[in-house]
Design a protein around this ligand. Sequence first.
Ligand code: FES
Ligand SMILES: [Fe+2]
Length: 406
Amino acid sequence: MNEHITRAQPKRLRAPALGLNHPKIPASHYTSQERFELERERIFRRAWLAIARIEEVAEPGDYILSDLPTLSAKIIVVRGDDGIVRGFHNSCLHRGLALVREPAGNTSIFRCPYHAWTYGRDGALKALPAACEFPTVELGRDGLPPVHTAVWNGFIFVNLAKQPAQTLDEFLGLVGERFAEAPFSDYPHALQFVHDLDTNWKHIANAFTEGYHLGFLHKKTLPFVFVPENPLTDYHGVEIMGIHSANTVERNPNWRPSAPVMQFVAAAAMLSGSDAPTAPSIVDHPSMNLDRIPYVMEEVINIFPNMQLQVLGNGYLWYTYWPIGPDKMRWEIRMYLAAKPTSYREEFIAEHLIVASRDVMTEDSSMSVLQHEGLSSGGLEDITLGENEYLLRHFAQSLDEWIQRE
Ligand code: FES
Ligand SMILES: [Fe+2]
C-alpha cells in the first residue's frame, strides 16, 4: 500500500550556517590518555550530570547508589523527611568506608558496618560510639560529604565541583526552559541495561547525533525511518541551545510491516501521529517537533556532556555515556514506558522493544568499537566531519570550550 502523502522537506541545515566551519578533529582526541584526563577533570568534574529519575526516590528514606565511573565516584541519592533530595559521596566520615552497598532501598538511617557511625536521611551524623574520643566531631553539624544536587523536570543531576560555576538552571539554559514541561513523569516504568565497551565514549555519543548512517548501517533494523524524499535522514527542527541541542527525526508513514502483529507493535509502542492508537503522545507535546512535521519518529534532546533523550511516541529512551579511559566507556540505556505491562500483548510489545533496540544498539556499538580500532592504528592525524554532521562539530567545539576554560 503506497498512499500519497505530502510531507515537509528537510530544511537541509548545514554546518557553515551555524558557524561550524572546521571539519577536522584530531584523532588523538579519541585515543590519548591526556585528552581523557582533560575531559574528566575539566568537563565531567565541572558539569551537571544527570544520574537518576525522581521516581526512584519517591518516598522519604528511599535511596539509590549511583555509579559515576568517569570520576570513580559512587553517590548516595536520598530523599529526606523534609522531602528534599540530597546527594552524598558514599564515604563514611570516620575512616572513609563506602558504607552503602545496596544499589537501592529505603532506610531510616545509614550505619557504617565498621565502627557504627550512624547518619540520618539528611546525611547528618546522628550517633557514634565513644563520641568523647572524637572531640573535633560534632553531631548534627558533621555528616556524609555532600554533593551538589538539583532536579530538573524529574531528572536528578549532581555536580562534583567543590563550588559549581553555574546553578543547574543556568547550566541547562534554553534547553531546560524549552522542555521544562515535557511530561517525562507520565512514563515512570523503567527498563535498564548497561554496556561496557572498548571504545572512546565520544564515538557512541556521535553515533546518535547524525542521521547520515541510518540508511546504510540500520537499513534492516530501522525500516520506518527511511523516507524516500530524505534518503540521508536529514534532521528537522534542529535547535542549538548553547552547549545543548535538539532535533526531530521523521519517519515514513507508508512503511507497513508485513506481519499484522508487527503493525500493532510499531503503532502501539514506538510511533506517533494519526496512526498511533494511544493519545496524547509525549512527542506531540508542544515543546517537541519545532517544524511541526506530520510524522515523527523521535525528538532527540542532547544535554551536554553525556545525556541524550530520545522521545518516542509512547515513551522515551535515556542514554548516558561515561568515559572510563581513552579506550573504555560505559553506556547506560534506560527505556521508559507509561506502565508496567499488564497483559501478554503489552508484555510482547515491551519485549519486542528491548530486542529491536538491542539490535540497533549493537550495530552502533560495533561501529564505535571498530572506529576505535581504526584510529588506534595511528595512521590518521585527524577525522573529517561533514557539513551534514553539524551536531558532531558542535559537540566537539563545546568539549574544547570547556577544556580550554580555566
Ligand atoms: S569507617 Fe565508618 S565508622 Fe569507621
Ligand atoms: Fe545508529
